[in-house]
Design a protein around this ligand. Structure first.
Ligand SMILES: C[S@@+](CC[C@H](N)C(=O)[O-])C[C@H]1O[C@@H](n2cnc3c(N)ncnc32)[C@H](O)[C@@H]1O
Length: 372
């Protein structure tokens, strides 16, 4: 089954929604805004001053809470560059893409109107730049836009999601081969990490191939990908929380709430690449040249706006960060009945034991690309 059919972040703007639990992703995006500013400056300098509008796209925008980070950085850079060059500031067409199951109503309703207000406030000195929004539902592993129509493509915290669980993990002859784990773990057989890497190579190459068609000849892309620093994909470095979910599901198996066979056949379509893996795919695919790159780490605990004063609440707050991302995926495989025991009882105990044991970090790969 492909990811497109059942995957989305928790919608709306409520307490456990993605919109209310994406501070970590906001920090991840903020770390690479210098690349957005530089790309927009290069773009605006290369486009004729008679051009009155530019098309920007945010791929995998979810309910949009963090699109604002990119949009305001891009607008500042446009405004400064145009003033320096003495040319009029082009208007922006902003295309917001995500999978069709995404909560586009929340995105185009309350979230968008709060941006407009924030943009007007933050750009008040230089004057705000008019922007017009349209939703573009679909998978970024397919064509999304007309040929050469987009000037700037941005995607943050998305490309580690594969289009599907690697083929072969649930072999029809041998059954599930990644028993007891649902991702690349130390106990997984060695061919599991190879299958995940090959799926990432296929997906990321398709992403680049389709974007080559859509990006304008002077176009740029900035991609921020949660990744890893080490060569070994089975290190828990970027995804220690996945091992806590694995422990949580095993606990539900021991209590008879979940069947062991259901855990054995569950795998998540995520891959955290290294910068050398990303760059070798870009070089092999050949459509884009790397202008700049950066690798930086963000502490998981930075995903909290503030540590809640009420300690009983703290695990709920912390777990909501991954819950907003994983809950629809868990329900599609295990059904609704695991949600209450997993999130209210099992995971809070595991997180209480593990979360502050070390300063866990996520490694992020930011890369700025220009169409060749
Ligand atoms: C962790 S969220 C990041 C959202 C946002 N960019 C941010 O920084 O807060 C990942 C998003 O990628 C989207 N996504 C995953 N695979 C996708 C695909 N193939 N096509 C479009 N969107 C996808 C998910 O639906 C989800 O909304």
């Amino acid at each position: 089954m492909t990811l497109e059919r059942y995957f989305h972040m928790l919608g709306g703007t409520g307490e456990s929604s993605y919109a209310a639990n994406s501070t970590l992703q906001k920090r991840i995006a903020s770390g690479a805004m210098f690349l957005v500013e530089e790309a927009v400056e290069l773009l605006v300098s290369a486009i004729p001053s008679s051009k009155t509008s530019l098309v920007f796209a945010d791929l995998g925008c979810a309910t949009g809470a963090n699109t604002f980070v990119m949009l305001s950085a891009a607008m500042e850079a446009m405004s400064t560059t145009c003033t320096k060059l003495g040319r009029p500031i082009p208007e922006i067409q902003l295309l917001l893409n995500d999978l069709p199951g995404n909560d586009f109503n929340a995105l185009l309703g309350p979230v968008l109107s709060s941006y407009k207000q924030k943009i007007n406030e933050s750009m008040s000195e230089s004057g705000s730049i008019p922007f017009y929004t349209a939703a573009a539902p679909g998978s970024f592993y397919e064509r999304l836009f007309p040929k050469r129509s987009v000037h700037f493509i941005y995607s943050s915290a998305c490309l580690h999601w594969l289009s599907q669980v690697p083929l072969g993990l649930n072999s029809t002859t041998e059954g599930p081969i990644n028993k007891g784990s649902f991702w690349i773990s130390k106990k997984s057989p060695p061919n599991v990490s190879k299958m995940y890497l090959e799926q990432f190579q296929r997906d990321f190459s398709s992403f680049l191939k389709f974007r080559r068609e859509e990006v304008h000849s002077e176009g740029h892309m900035v991609l921020i990908i949660p990744g890893r620093l080490s060569a070994d994909p089975s290190t828990e470095e970027s995804a220690v929380w996945i091992s806590w979910y694995e422990e949580g599901l095993q606990d539900l198996v021991s209590k008879g709430i979940v069947k062991a066979a259901d855990v054995d056949s569950f795998n998540i379509p995520l891959y955290f690449p290294s910068m050398s893996e990303v760059k070798s795919i870009i070089n092999m695919e050949g459509s884009f040249e790397v202008i700049q790159e950066d690798v930086y780490e963000i502490l998981y605990s930075d995903g909290l706006d503030a540590i809640p004063a009420d300690i009983a609440n703290i695990w709920e707050k912390i777990i909501n960060i991954s819950r907003a991302v994983l809950e629809p995926l868990l329900i599609s495989h295990f059904g609704n009945s695991i949600i209450e025991p997993l999130f209210s009882s099992t995971l809070p105990k595991i997180y209480a034991k593990q979360f502050f044991k070390e300063k866990y970090k996520s490694a992020n790969l930011a890369i700025s690309l220009k169409k060749k």
